[in-house]
Ligand binder design. Structure first.
Ligand SMILES: [Zn+2]
Ligand SMILES: [Zn+2]
Length: 360
């Protein structure tokens, strides 16, 4: 899951991130690590978004969710001299506690991100009643087709840069709920780049899976261009220089295959289906490869993820997680799921053994 240049990436003193012979990067234990050791705890998410349908039920800071109960805390109207054309609506941010609201305020001390989200919310809702164009999902995708689509967007960019501000808003696209959620994901990444979040450099090292993902889901190409237009017309001045066609394509390309789902946390004994509430990206956690016989488990605590060994690991062994909680599933199912969602043929120890047994 990484690029090809040979820069050393330092994530932890318990493991090295190294280029592998089979391509991509992997994490190898740099010493013997006993079972039950935390090998990584991530920083606050570099990119994250809560799905629109859960916006009132999931805490915008810690992603706490309690079976459909509404969060009670909202951001107060910012008073730092910003003129809002419309009444402040809370930026689409709800918090589970005063503590989470306080932590949000620390994270966004000048309300820059809050006002970014507010502007996006108002623009999104303004268009909500208009119908969304149905897109053809069966188009052929190639590098050239993706390139061409973006050339037309760059022409649109030139065109609107010459327009008066009031006229520009007529160009605001209608987004569906998923597109709006992904626009918020991009806005958070841009904000974190703007404030030099600790993980910025690691983010730059992540591989883009743009072509693989769009080939699989052609509708995403149109969605990305709509999100681009929406952000161009909604982001405040301070983020505008960070939004370029190149940066947006890289953010999406890196999100694909590297983001983790934010799932409802239930107690271990519960057999209940966990709600999919949104998704988050922490670059430092993106170098663990998948194995159907993992030696790490991932747990989420608020907006951070913790990776812990579930068996003794010897120095030099690769550290792996089970991306999809599929280690209970049979070979064929695992191969199919991993290929469709993460774009690779699993060649972990277990898959190799099972494949060999099958052909024996
Ligand atoms: Zn919370
Ligand atoms: Zn496997």
């Amino acid at each position: 899951m990484a690029t090809t240049e040979t820069t050393t990436i330092v994530v932890s003193d318990l493991f090295d991130v190294r280029q592998t012979q089979w391509g991509g990067r992997a994490c190898f234990a740099s010493k013997d690590i006993p079972e039950n050791t935390t090998v990584l705890q991530t920083e606050s998410a570099f990119g994250a978004t809560v799905l629109y349908e859960f916006r009132k039920e999931v805490c915008a800071y810690c992603f706490h969710y309690e079976y459909g109960k509404y969060c009670k805390f909202k951001v107060p109207t910012p008073e730092n001299g910003v003129k809002l054309t419309r009444k402040f609506q809370g930026a689409g941010l709800w918090f589970c506690s005063q503590g989470c609201l306080d932590r949000w305020t620390q994270f966004d001390p000048n309300n820059e991100l809050t006002l970014t989200y507010e502007s996006m919310l108002q623009n999104f809702q303004m268009k909500l009643k208009e119908s969304h164009e149905k897109e053809d999902n069966n188009v052929e995708i190639s590098k050239e087709i993706i390139g061409k689509e973006w050339v037309s967007i760059s022409e649109w960019d030139d065109k609107i840069s010459k327009m008066k501000k009031t006229k520009r808003l007529n160009q605001l696209p209608v987004l569906n709920e998923e597109e709006y959620a992904s626009a918020r994901f991009v806005a958070l990444v841009l904000y974190n780049l703007h404030t030099h979040h600790k993980s910025s450099e690691l983010f730059e090292h992540l591989q883009s899976n743009e072509l693989e993902k769009i080939t699989r889901f052609p509708v995403l190409l149109k969605s990305q261009t709509l999100v681009y237009k929406f952000l161009r017309l909604s982001l405040p001045e301070y983020l505008q220089p960070l939004l370029t066609i190149g940066s947006l394509r890289l953010i999406f390309g890196r999100e694909y295959g590297n983001a983790f789902g934010i799932r409802q946390i239930t107690d271990e004994s519960s057999s209940e289906e966990k709600e999919f509430l949104g998704y988050m990206l922490s670059p430092e956690a993106s170098y663990f490869n998948h194995s159907c016989r993992p030696n790490l488990k991932k747990t989420r605590d608020g907006n951070m993820m913790t990776f812990t060994t579930i068996k003794d690991v010897e120095k030099g062994e690769q550290l792996c997680i089970d991306y999809f909680q599929i280690s209970e599933e049979p070979f064929e199912y695992r191969q199919k799921t991993l290929n469709e969602n993460w774009f690779f043929q699993c060649a972990c120890d277990r898959c190799c053994e099972e494949r060999a047994m099958d052909s024996a």
